[in-house]
Design a protein around this ligand. Structure first.
Ligand code: HEC
Ligand code: HEC
Length: 169
């Protein structure tokens, strides 16, 4: 009886050690993966399950131009962009792996709206009615482009489209 009891206790201790080490290891891995300075500074709340998708979006899509907020373009446009990385506005987006593509799609599709039936899919922000719907009564300089957002949105580099430059406050 006694050795059997000892054996059980030994196994229990072993299981706890394995469980604790596992959570420590996994904990440090996920903390590292999420330690993206742009993402953590960003003000827009996203559901927990889209946090990683947003981080990956910021990592992949803010190196050549600003990270464009999902709401200014319809869901279909985001789909086209994600599905055609090698044909990206005259350039090629290399190294976007399938797994990240899926996570970015989940984030972008959740925070954008689909276009109506028979509506043409805009390729540029300047053609998107959602961009104009977010700017009621705002005289945006023409042509609208990702390069001019910062004229009114002072914290674009932090993916913050709520903070406006002084003249708009
Ligand atoms: C290798 C550089 C590069 C990367 C990385 C990149 N883009 Fe682009 N993107 C461009 C260029 C170049 C243009 C065309 C810019 C222009 O017309 O001024 C563009 C334009 C755009 C536009 C249209 C902007 C407008 O003003 O209407 C969108 C939307 C866009 N990119 C989304 C993305 C997304 C989403 C990703 C990540 C999956 C991404 N980009 C990553 C280079 C890049
Ligand atoms: C001429 C100034 C101006 C320019 C340029 C401009 N915006 Fe805005 N934007 C505003 C103002 C003002 C608001 C607030 C509108 C309101 O709430 O009625 C706003 C609101 C927004 C919002 C909604 C923010 C929120 O969550 O409440 C988004 C997203 C946005 N802009 C994105 C963009 C993007 C992307 C660009 C560049 C393609 C851009 N804006 C260019 C002035 C501007």
């Amino acid at each position: 009886m006694k050795p059997d009891k000892d054996r059980k206790r030994y196994i229990l201790i072993l299981i706890s050690i394995v469980t604790i080490s596992w959570s420590i290891i996994m904990g440090s891995i996920t903390t590292k993966a999420m330690a993206n300075p742009i993402g953590t500074k960003s003000v827009d709340m996203v559901a927990e399950r889209h946090r990683v998708g947003k981080e990956i979006y910021l990592e992949n899509c803010s190196t050549c131009h600003i990270a464009i907020p999902p709401a200014v373009l319809p869901t279909e446009t985001w789909k086209t962009i994600l599905e055609n990385p090698l044909n990206h506005y005259g350039t090629r987006l290399e190294g976007i792996i399938r797994f990240n593509q899926v996570l970015m799609w989940q984030y972008l599709s959740t925070y954008s709206r689909p276009i109506s039936v028979n509506e043409t899919e805009p390729k540029f922000i300047a053609q998107s009615r959602y961009f104009f719907a977010l700017h009621p009564g705002v005289e945006v300089p023409s042509p609208v482009s990702h390069t001019s957002c910062v004229e009114c949105h002072s914290r674009v580099s932090d993916f913050d489209f709520r903070t406006l430059t002084e003249e708009w406050q």
